[in-house]
Design a protein around this ligand. Sequence first.
Ligand code: GLU
Length: 279
Amino acid sequence: MITRFAPSPTGPLHLGHAYSALTVWDIAAKLGGTALLRIEDTDSTRARTEFEQAIYDDLRWLGLDWPLPVRRQSDHTPDYNRVIEQLAKRQLVFPCSCTRRDIQDAGAVPGVEGLVYPGTCRHRPMNDAQPGDAVRLNISATLQQLDQPITFTELSSGASIRHDIDPDHLFTDIGDTVLIRKNTGDPAYHLACVHDDALQGVTHVVRGMDLWAQTPFQVLLQSIMRWPMQQYHHHPLITDGNGKRLAKIDKSKALSKYRAEGATPDDIRRLVGLPPSSC
Ligand code: GLU
């Protein structure tokens, strides 16, 4: 059993991250497995090395340990570009020059992750790609090349529940999703995450319910790449006193502040509703 905690170093870790990380390591311990740490720093406009260092410091302080070397996605851009080449050979990706404004003006409707791409550049072959173009997955071509139902297994209820993903949901609510980002050429989260889960032999994806809606697209990408599937455990999100979800953008109190104020790792476990550590 291999699982992972895969934070993006775009801000300080807060209690929600601590809960997620502790849950990852607790489940690995319970199942006699290994928990990996992976740094998902592909967004070159937002990732910062100081936040990466703070992740190592905070997690070590919580008493967590991981095999080295840590995979830092920004060191492996050619891996992700190779996946794009494979998808391009199968005519499953296209270059896209659309701005957000273009997408709005084309009458795009809201979906799971913002507006569903209206297909403006879908006809363009990859050899027409211009510098700065994004690359998107052609969902309908992808669905046509799949000969199996798209499914995943969720374990968070304690039972193993099979979820069948409706192709219409992928087509209508998700659409042609970005795999390479516009202007920066950075690999998008879905591509790097799913590639690395396969590469690192991850068997269990343990992460927050906030990523539940991302799972269908990720499972589609795994299916079309014929990568091994993981089992999923989407854990609940902790909330602040008002029932509001803790998130980096809420400016929730950084974990390092609790540490500076003299809290212990067991205090953090208690704050997020986990039993004290057994060791
Ligand atoms: N890097 C993602 C985030 O920080 C998490 C990815 C995942 O666990 O699948 O939200």
